[in-house]
Unconditional design. Structure first.
Length: 89
């Protein structure tokens, strides 16, 4: 009976430890996401008033050039070399 109780306590300890670590990792990730989101919103708020008065220039589309390599076709051989003899001695 005592062995069963101690193994149950050990299992409960492992479950609590797992949940604690899981909550810690999830909390840190959530805090980093919130910090990044806050930094991004502050950055856009600062840049938004400065960019509003500027007008973008309308440019004509530039031509696009593609580089294409020509395939080199091998010429068929008209004559073949003499077959080599292989000797097993």
């Amino acid at each position: 009976m005592n062995l069963l109780v101690s193994s149950l306590w050990g299992g409960l300890y492992l479950v609590i430890l797992f949940l604690l670590c899981f909550a810690l990792v999830a909390g840190v990730k959530y805090a980093r996401l919130q910090a990044a989101r806050k930094k991004r919103t502050q950055k856009t708020e600062k840049e938004a008033p400065e960019k509003a008065p500027e007008k973008k220039e309308v440019r004509e589309p530039r031509p696009v050039y593609y580089l294409v390599e020509k395939k080199r076709a091998k010429r068929p051989k008209t004559s073949y070399a003499e077959p080599k003899k292989i000797r097993f001695e």
